[in-house]
Write a protein that binds this ligand. Sequence first.
Ligand SMILES: Nc1ncnc2c1ncn2[C@@H]1O[C@H](COP(=O)(O)OP(=O)(O)OP(=O)(O)O)[C@@H](O)[C@H]1O
Length: 239
Amino acid sequence: MLELSNIGKHYEVSGNRVAALFGIDLKLAKGSFTTVVGRSGCGKTTLLRILAGLISPDTGEILIHGPAPRIGVVFQEARLMPWLDVSRNIAFGLHRHLDRKSIERKVSALLEVTGLGAFANAMPTQLSGGMAQRVALARALVMQPDLLLMDEPFAALDAFTRRSMQNELVGLWQQKQPTIVFVTHDVEEAVLLGETVIELSAGTIVGRKDIDIPYPRDPTGMDEAGCRRAILDRLLNPA
Ligand SMILES: Nc1ncnc2c1ncn2[C@@H]1O[C@H](COP(=O)(O)OP(=O)(O)OP(=O)(O)O)[C@@H](O)[C@H]1O
């Protein structure tokens, strides 16, 4: 579906050149679930922003095979419009394209899927962090993205809410099969979610691991622990 070839990006910081990414080669098959893991500052967000088209790389090519994908992005913070209720936040991107009845139908389907039915008319200040993040996910999904880009979307949530959001995300992916790229600094999360884990260190890919464990995965499982160990070894001791 999408291919990055030899992508590089640098920033100028106080007259110094900071290489945020270099030599990135990445192929995303249609319907695949890829997690990108690495420590703070390794270039994860920069990679996601390039995939989203929010910034341009300095070098390399982005090749799109087939029609241009519709892209949805979910950030670490929900970034809801504070003056709109939950339904209107979810519907925000639809208004230019659809009539009122179709909007209502789509929004109520997403309220159902994300378990927000009782909060359709709640305002963002009345939501918990987990609920607000559900609204952000619903707002991205209502546009039926072919490519869903997620930048540490569950990082600010407590462990219980994070676990249930992870399960919901896997369920949604299995049902609708969007292509997902999910960035995290948490190796456990990367192994629980991804079909493939891309290991990023100091701006470049230092490893890739296909996770051959059926869903739903178990954070306490032996196979999962083995995968985590292999990934951590490479991230802590890159060649
Ligand atoms: N707008 C910017 N201007 C200057 N430098 C930047 C900018 N954005 C990122 N950088 C630098 O690029 C490098 C990669 O940053 P990036 O945000 O992509 O990392 P990250 O892996 O997402 O980090 P974190 O997990 O902390 O969010 C870092 O050294 C960072 O300081």
